[in-house]
Design a protein around this ligand. Structure first.
Ligand code: 1BN
Ligand code: ZN
Length: 323
């Protein structure tokens, strides 16, 4: 296990815990596991489609986004692939309310322009729920395409766009955020990591936005075909409880929170400015983390089903948070 991340890996007996350019339109390959009903039929009908219908991620379309992202190649900050991916994101966000949050980051490898992208989808209630991911790949690994690490979250957020741009939704506004510069340039440290989230959290604290954010849900490495979302002890317990309940409602609880880790990731700068945060990360990628930060982090290790599970749990969590 990598020491650089100060990862405290604690096996917990969590069984008692709550647990594309032309995107295809084929339906998800499988339906959620039928361990628990999504919601009582009457309650679902009463809430109506916007407020409460079972979430429906299009798994094939989400996977196609990830495929297209990976086909760009490595996407480290400052590279041609990084610029291509930014253009790809903007193409897919055309017509939406998008902010490019540009800043200059001083790193051990020099000074770089970086950009976070924020797409805003208004709701009917006060407050904001942020769903975020990082889109850069590891700077020092030039043959690394980050299918899972960088690619999976970026693609799933593009699928969430389809779920959110359908007009004004019931509940708080939802903002999708693609963060830049998550990866370290040399060695992970407080100053060499999470550049985009440190910048945005500071900005949102200064302009008062942080106070409006009810939840910040981070997606990182969520595409592994063998999906095991860890319980992150650096996340806000009450928000993790909502995510756990959402997973249980949808029958996905076996994929969530069996193991506890302490994740150092893009959620921490937001937690530091008082925002409730949850890092949904599967830090069990290949035997003994064999695929993490290696050229083995490729598309064949991923599954549309994992994107579907995480996407549906996120949508259900958003719905529950809006009640
Ligand atoms: C995640 C993907 N991270 C780097 N690439 C940071 C991290 C490492 C987060 C270990 C949690 C655990
Ligand atoms: Zn990484």
């Amino acid at each position: 296990m990598s020491g650089r991340l100060l990862l405290v890996l604690v096996l917990v007996l969590a069984l008692g815990t709550p647990a594309c350019s032309q995107a295809p339109t084929t339906p998800p390959d499988k339906k959620p596991e039928a361990k628990a009903p999504a919601a009582p039929a009457a309650a679902t009908a009463a809430r109506g489609v916007e407020a409460g219908a079972a979430p429906q991620i299009n798994a094939a379309r989400a996977m196609q986004y990830v495929r297209e992202i990976v086909s760009i190649g490595p996407r480290p900050v400052g590279s041609a692939g990084h610029r291509k991916l930014e253009a790809y994101l903007l193409t897919h966000l055309k017509g939406d309310q998008v902010e490019t949050d540009e800043f200059t980051a001083s790193t051990p490898a020099g000074t770089f322009p970086m950009r976070n992208y924020i797409a805003r989808y208004p709701g009917t209630k006060d407050g904001v729920i942020v769903i975020a991911t990082h889109y850069d790949t590891v700077y020092s690994l030039k043959n690394f395409v980050g299918a899972n690490d960088g690619g999976s979250g970026t693609g799933l957020l593009l699928e969430l766009v389809h779920q959110l741009r359908t007009g004004k939704r019931e509940g708080p506004s939802v903002w999708l955020v693609w963060l830049d510069g998550e990866e370290a340039f040399e060695k992970w440290s407080a100053t060499d990591s999470v550049y985009g989230s440190r910048h945005l959290a500071q900005k949102w604290q200064k302009d008062g936005t942080a106070k409006k954010i009810k939840a910040f849900i981070l997606l990182d490495m969520i595409g592994d075909a063998d999906l095991n979302i860890d319980r992150d002890s650096n996340s806000t317990p009450a928000l993790l409880a909502v995510v756990g309940q959402a997973a249980t409602r949808l029958g996905y609880q076996s994929h969530f929170f069996r193991r506890e880790i302490a994740a150092e990731d893009d959620h921490q700068p937001f937690a530091a400015v008082g925002v409730p945060v949850a890092d949904l990360i599967d830090f069990d990628y290949g035997y003994g983390l064999a695929f993490w930060h290696t050229p083995e982090d490729t598309l064949d290790k991923l599954s549309p089903r994992s994107l579907e599970i995480v996407g549906n749990v996120v949508l259900e969590s958003v719905r529950m948070l809006g009640q």
